[in-house]
Write a protein that binds this ligand. Sequence first.
Ligand code: AMP
Ligand code: ZN
Length: 476
Amino acid sequence: MTQISLYNTKTRRKEAFTPLNPDDVRMYVCGPTVYDRAHLGNARPVVVFDVLFRLLRHVYGADHVTYVRNFTDVDDKINARAAATGRPIRDITDETIGWYHDDMDALGTLRPTAEPRATEFIPQMVAMIETLIAQGNAYEAEGHVLFAVESYAKYGALSGRSIDDMIAGARVEVAPYKRNPMDFVLWKPSPDDLPGWDSPWGRGRPGWHIECSAMAFELLGATFDIHGGGIDLQFPHHENEIAQSCCAHPEGGFAQVWLHNEMLQVEGKKMSKSLGNFFTVRDLLDQGVPGEVIRFVMLSTHYRKPMDWTEKKREEAEATLRHWRKLVDGVVPGSPDQEVVETLADDLNTAGALARLHGLAKSVASNPQDAREEEKRVFLASAQFLGILTEELAGWEAVRYVENGGLKVGTAENVAAAIDGYVEQRRLAKLAKNFAEADRIRAALDAAGIILKDGPHGTEWEFGMSVSLSKLEALK
Ligand code: AMP
Ligand code: ZN
């Protein structure tokens, strides 16, 4: 069995991964707050933990891995969106969840085993808060319930900070009813115009952190294997999840291994609306960037390194995938290369796994014909193990992105039909011995990057490495 090793943020070292129960490997990843389209940074943890999910399923069996990723559907940003648009909250969250599924599916990520919505676990949150109060880990003040950080000796252990450092370093909300400035909200009162649920502390709504503790306990138990999310969540969100869960359920240890992905930047800069370099996954897809290309670029950087989205990487990824897709055209996948699997098992070394795929692709090209078929099968299976060259993500390679002002392309079919038409015109020109016209058509197709192959049964064509369909305008 392949031994997976993972860098555990909790212990700050790479450790051999041993599941609590190999028949039921359990992972929780913090999901999105659903009020708007996911931006490209939000997609990074989705792709990273998708790779881990696939690896776990490969090693322990597809039926032996449970992956939970929540939807935060109660939040002040959602309330603000509802107030600004006059739309019901449930409409906004339902629509955003639909978008999220569409956009993340387009990146070839598998749906988690369970995708709980916070609003469906309010009674479990209330029960956990009651336990915390009863044990002296939380207190009620002015309609709020707060977690008392000083009641949990290990508070700060995950991020390696003391409570005093945190107070000095953080811009904490200084509310008069807090015993310690770092105490955080478990429950807060809701006025009539905001979402609220009845509770022992009056009508109110949960603080953000408690939802993950309550849902993880409900769906995965008091202790489970892996907890993931972006590094921005390590403090305070994950620190608070640990405090709540370990105090409410001291019999468990909450997550054994903590994995954090680094942040995504754009052309070397933090992605932000004020810098004008903020875009969503949907923006890219709508511009014609294939989901498979986005996924490839994400895989090319190790998850613990900051990743830079650049135009150059996008172009290179597209060229590579186009080449690889051609290489495996008509190939049936075999089983993945052991080195690819082991490279991934080494703390999700996706960049190393892609390097190995490049090596395999080269070797396919240089081998004799009969050895090639088996190598191609291994190559394809290895790529699919990383979630690329799959059938779901196929199809884009037949359509070129169109130059500005050039021919507008709708679907792969209408491009193909147009090219078929020109090939037919050339045949008719040759038949009529109008060789000048036949040559003119051939030259235009050539210039556009479409390769013609004349054979005994007529002419076949395919896309070359670099295609610009606007050059076909010359034939109009
Ligand atoms: P949010 O909806 O802001 O709570 O974020 C959802 C997920 O996206 C969390 O796991 C965040 O850590 C992650 N995330 C947000 N921004 C970025 C970014 N720029 N790069 C990578 N991950 C991010
Ligand atoms: Zn969380």
